[in-house]
Design a protein around this ligand. Structure first.
Ligand code: AR6
Length: 179
């Protein structure tokens, strides 16, 4: 599914984020940047050890929740990996909406800072961190749409959803948003 926001494209696909041919892919990391399962495991496995070498060297304190840091992408087709730390779902009482939105906007800021034209996002926080996918889809798609409306960059933002259910939830929200 594809919609346009001014001159920019906002796209939903089902698939594996490590296979995307874009300038930057976003990793769903933890605040220690210690690696883990899910997207994080797949990104480090496909990118190789240089990613962890760089995060250890440049970000020894890790990254706070709601923010993101950039590294090179090692063996991946992308040039950069943005390691974003989403919130753990705590029933909606832990400022999760603001923190999740902030992950997306910080990654888009990093894209602009690095001159990146295309970025692929996973559904941050909707796996191990247990964020309900419908709510995550609403917050993340709304945040990205607002950023693109205001800044008109990057030219392509692609959400890469792993399962049918995650794809469907995002497609419903995006249809409602543009309909
Ligand atoms: N490509 C795209 N999406 C994927 C892939 C993939 N290769 N693999 C999983 N997903 P998660 P979180 C989906 O758990 O919830 C790690 O241990 C998955 O189905 O990767 O932000 C980190 O180290 C889900 O919809 O990230 C942290 O400790 C979404 O990606 C913690 O998990 C996010 O699931 C972060 O948890």
């Amino acid at each position: 599914m594809l919609v346009t926001v001014g001159a920019c494209r906002l796209e939903l696909v089902q698939g594996d984020i490590t296979h995307q041919e874009v300038d930057a892919i976003v990793n769903a990391a933890n605040s220690a940047l210690a690696g883990g399962s899910g997207v994080d495991g797949a990104v480090h496995e496909a990118g190789g050890p240089s990613l962890m070498d760089q995060t250890r060297r440049e970000f020894p304190e890790g990254c706070e929740t709601g923010s993101a840091v950039a590294t090179a992408a090692g063996n991946l087709a992308a040039q950069f990996v943005f390691h974003a730390v989403g919130p753990v779902w705590r029933g909606g009482h832990g400022d999760e909406d603001r923190l999740l939105r902030s992950c997306y906007s910080r990654c888009l800021e990093l894209a602009v800072e690095h001159g990146v034209e295309s970025v692929a996002f996973p559904a941050i926080s909707t796996g191990v961190f247990d964020y309900p996918v419908d709510l995550a889809a609403e917050a993340s798609l709304d945040e990205v749409r607002q950023f693109l409306e205001q800044r008109q960059r990057p030219s392509l933002v692609r959400f890469v959803l792993f399962s049918d259910g995650h794809f469907g939830a995002h497609a419903r929200v995006l249809e409602e948003m543009v309909g």
